[in-house]
Structures are given as structure tokens and as C-alpha cells.
Ligand binder design. Structure first.
Ligand SMILES: Cc1cc2nc3c(=O)[nH]c(=O)nc-3n(C[C@H](O)[C@H](O)[C@H](O)COP(=O)(O)OP(=O)(O)OC[C@H]3O[C@@H](n4cnc5c(N)ncnc54)[C@H](O)[C@@H]3O)c2cc1C
Length: 307
């Protein structure tokens, strides 16, 4: 089976989820080809065990993100078979556009995969799981931190192709609001704040706990929408990022279905909310009915005692 992986990158490196895509592809018996935009991460990709080929797809369109242009360029460089990407905002966009160009089915947010090709993915904002079996070519995005990452040990051949994508949107300026901190999709522990935090300045309390735990800080959409200081790349949920950490601590977050869609598969969920009726408690493994003003200092001092 031929599988082409669209490499997920972060700044100028390969994102760790790309290794998980390789792990999933090799579990189906494939030696995947990895496509790297402008060669970003190509050297690392060639060294991943199980990779068959690495192709650097070079083009001006990769300077800034334009889903249509990227899909055009990747589509021209990809072979037949399965197109695989990460279930990130960018990955979902590009992979679904390639599927539309080819007239093949696309399944987003796959959490289980087996030969056949059989895929399991969430529907209705994660309230149910659907099994989909596809015969023939298809496209899919895989959720991060579900599939085992492939190790080093490969020596795939590399090549370069020049492609142009028709950039439909001219981006005048990209303002990087992203923080230097650990991204929520990479973190094994996440502490997220919602509108109940009262103001962006109170997120400092979450950052200091995150530093003690080696955690990332996330946010609800209400917090992102309300406060400029809380960037969209921190948003967890249906229209934000999907996360799957070992521990998710929700502080001042009510637990709307759209928020749960992004974090309900976390292994352990702790909720701090002053309202005992808050829906977040229905899915929390541990619930603390309290204001964050009371609960966070206690949590911080317990964490300090552990160190
Ligand atoms: C199409 C669509 C997509 C959406 N996508 C997303 C998404 O991706 N992510 C997302 O998060 N939302 C999303 N939403 C919005 C979602 O419906 C909710 O509005 C949002 O999640 C609410 O955020 P919140 O829980 O922070 O705020 P609120 O609902 O206002 O809840 C605040 C909570 O804080 C508690 N609280 C208040 N003060 C304190 C205190 N001092 N200490 C402790 N607790 C306190 C309150 O009891 C309350 O439960 C989407 C909505 C739509 C329609």
C-alpha cells in the first residue's frame, strides 16, 4: 500500500506528530513517502525508521500558509494511494483539499487504524465514535499522541521537486502572537483557564503551576475571545486544538460541548470550578468545587512540596 505523509512542521523543524504518522503508516505495512514543505525537516524525516522516501516540495507558496496553494503543490508531488496528515488546523485543511482535488474520501481525526483500511474517528463533537472502512484511495488525518512514534534508524532516499501553488490570499503580515512556551498539542500535562479566571493577568497563576509541572497552558474559547493577551493557539476545543494529555486541569471552565470536543480523551481530567453544577464535573475524574483563588495556591504549594 502506498502512503504519502504530509510532514507537520513547527517553526523550522519537524513536529513530533510526524513520527507518529510514520508509526501508524508502518503499522499498516507501508514504507511511507514524506513530503516536506520547502525541505523543512527533510533530513530528520529521512532518518526515521520505516520511511521509504522523502521529497522536499519547494515553492514560494510555502512562505505563508494558504491551504489551497499548499494542497495544489503537495497534490502534484504525492503519489496514488493514501494521503495522511496530522489532525491539526493546518493538516486538516490541506488534507481535505487534496482529497477534494482527487475526488477521494477523507476521514478526519482518526484515533484507531487497522488494515483494510479501517479507521475510527469521533463524531458529534466526540460524543460517539464511528468506524469507517475504505476500499481504495483515501485521505486521513490522525490525532496526535495516539499512535506510537517511529524511532530513528532509517536512511531514506531524498529528492527535491519544484512546485508552484496558486496563492489565492495575499497575506500582508503575519503577527506571531504565539508564546515561547510549550504548545498544548505537545504537552503531557495541560492546565487550561476559562472565562472564570476573570482576566488575562490571572493566567500568571496558571503559568506558575505549569512551570512546576512541566505543563502547557491552554484556554477556552471564551477566554481567547475575551482577552487579546490569550492567543488563539492556546484554544482547546472544536474550533481550537485537540489534545490528548495524561492530565488535563480545567480551571474556571464550564465544560461546554465544544470545549469537551478538544480534551475529553485526556487520560485524567481535574476540574476546578465554583459552580457544583458545572458540566465539566460530569467528565472530570477529580472535581474541586471551589474558586480558583482558593484552590490554586493550595495546588501550587502541594506541587512545591513534591519537588
Ligand atoms: C461553533 C462553536 C465552536 C466553539 N468552539 C469552542 C472551542 O473550540 N473551545 C471552547 O472552549 N469553546 C468553544 N465554543 C464556545 C463554547 O460554547 C463556550 O462558550 C465556551 O467554551 C465557554 O468558555 P468558558 O467555560 O471559559 O466560559 P463560561 O461558560 O463563561 O464558564 C466560566 C466558568 O467559570 C466558573 N467560574 C467563574 N468564576 C470562577 C472562579 N473564581 N473560580 C472558579 N470557577 C469560576 C463558572 O462557574 C463557569 O462554569 C464554541 C462555540 C461554538 C458555537
Amino acid at each position: 500500500m502506498e502512503i504519502t505523509i504530509i510532514a507537520e512542521t513547527q517553526e523550522n523543524n519537524l513536529h513530533s506528530v510526524t513520527r507518529q504518522l510514520v508509526g501508524a503508516a508502518t503499522s499498516l505495512g507501508a514504507s511511507p513517502t514524506i513530503l516536506c514543505a520547502n525541505g523543512i525537516g527533510a533530513d530528520e524525516a529521512a532518518g526515521i525508521s520505516g520511511v521509504g522516501k522523502v521529497v522536499s516540495v519547494n515553492g514560494d507558496c510555502f512562505t505563508t500558509f494558504d491551504g489551497g496553494a499548499w494542497a495544489t503543490a503537495f497534490d502534484a508531488a504525492a503519489g496514488e494511494g493514501v494521503i495522511m496528515g496530522a489532525a491539526t488546523a493546518q493538516g486538516r485543511d490541506v488534507v481535505s483539499r487534496i482529497a477534494a482535488r482527487r475526488g477521494i474520501p477523507v476521514v478526519q481525526d482518526v484515533v484507531a487504524l487497522s488494515e483494510g483500511i479501517k479507521m475510527t474517528h469521533p463524531i458529534y463533537s466526540g460524543k460517539a465514535m464511528q468506524d469507517v472502512t475504505v476500499a481504495g484511495d483515501c485521505a486521513m488525518t490522525l490525532r496526535a499522541n495516539i499512535f506510537s512514534a517511529a524511532d530513528d534508524g532509517g536512511s531514506a532516499e531524498s529528492s527535491i521537486v519544484q512546485q508552484s501553488g496558486d496563492v489565492k490570499i495575499a497575506v500582508q503580515e503575519a503577527i506571531a502572537k504565539a508564546s515561547e512556551r510549550l504548545d498544548v498539542t505537545d504537552a503531557d500535562i495541560i492546565i487550561s483557564g476559562g472565562r472564570g479566571m476573570g482576566g488575562p493577568e490571572n493566567f500568571d497563576k496558571l503559568y506558575s503551576i505549569a512551570d512546576g509541572l512541566g505543563a502547557a497552558v491552554g484556554a477556552s474559547r471564551a477566554a481567547v475571545d475575551a482577552w487579546d493577551e490569550i492567543p488563539h493557539n492556546m484554544q482547546v476545543g472544536q474550533t481550537g486544538k485537540t489534545v490528548n494529555p495524561s492530565l488535563y486541569i480545567a480551571v474556571g471552565i464550564s465544560g461546554a460541548i465544544q470545549h469537551l470536543a478538544g480534551m475529553r480523551t485526556s487520560k485524567f481530567i481535574v476540574a476546578i470550578n465554583k459552580d457544583p453544577e458545572a458540566p465539566i464535573f460530569k467528565i472530570a475524574d477529580y472535581g474541586i468545587v471551589s474558586t480558583w483563588e482558593e484552590a490554586l495556591p493550595v495546588l501550587a504549594s502541594e506541587i512545591a512540596n513534591l519537588q
